[in-house]
Ligand binder design. Structure first.
Ligand code: GSH
Length: 198
């Protein structure tokens, strides 16, 4: 399998962290690409030109939640990581979706600030509000722990790590001290520390 990714994409980081946790490194080659340089191989595998994209033989898989699900199934760790066929499956997936929502808003706000015309204060405020409210309401019940990580653990850790990386001025810890303590207890786990953006 090949995973088109970069070291800074948070969506790709979820997949890289899962590869580490599920011990799939021998089976997945990381192909580093810049999605903004319009790489032909990436476009062939994913017409949207986005990373992460996973190629397994003739199968091209796009969108990080689906890639994570596929990888967990290949590694036979879909019960531990996805909670598949357990009562926790949907609560875990909702946490995963909320973490991806934080990422969608945070990534959009980073690019909005980089545009060469005046950024939209309406959108910047709206995205910041979504980030802060989602953090304020985050409940750690289904977020897993250092010793029993699941896809919600990965997704929330990556989303919060991205805020530290690109949107430090949001000071997300002020909105949820319990979540901040949860993050601190996990941040030195190898799957997280070894996939930090550089
Ligand atoms: N929903 C997608 C989002 C992926 C995404 O937006 N990736 C960014 C990099 S962080 C990208 O490839 N952007 C290139 C573009 O939008 O053209 C996922 O979860 O995989």
């Amino acid at each position: 399998m090949q995973l088109y990714c970069s070291t800074t994409s948070p969506f790709a980081r979820k997949c890289r962290a899962l590869i580490h946790l599920c011990e799939l490194a021998d089976r997945v080659e990381l192909v580093l690409v810049d999605p903004f340089s319009d790489n032909t191989q990436l476009r062939d595998a994913n017409p949207l030109g986005k990373i992460p994209t996973l190629v397994d033989g003739n199968l091209n898989i796009t969108d990080s939640p689906l890639i994570c699900e596929y990888l967990a199934e290949q590694a036979d760790c879909s019960i531990e990581i996805l909670g598949k066929h357990t009562p926790s499956y949907y609560p875990i997936q909702v946490c995963h979706a909320n973490a991806d929502g934080i990422l969608d808003a945070a990534v959009a706000s980073v690019f909005e600030r980089r545009r060469d015309t005046e950024p939209s204060s309406y959108w910047l405020d709206r995205w910041d509000r979504s980030i802060k409210e989602t953090i304020r309401h985050a409940d750690i019940t289904h977020l897993g722990t250092a010793s029993s990580a699941n896809i919600a653990t990965i997704a929330f850790m990556v989303a919060l790590g991205y805020l530290d990386f690109r949107r430090e001025e949001i000071h997300w810890r002020e909105y949820n001290p319990e979540l901040a303590a949860w993050y601190a207890a996990i941040e030195n786990q190898k799957w997280f520390s070894s996939t930090r953006p550089d």
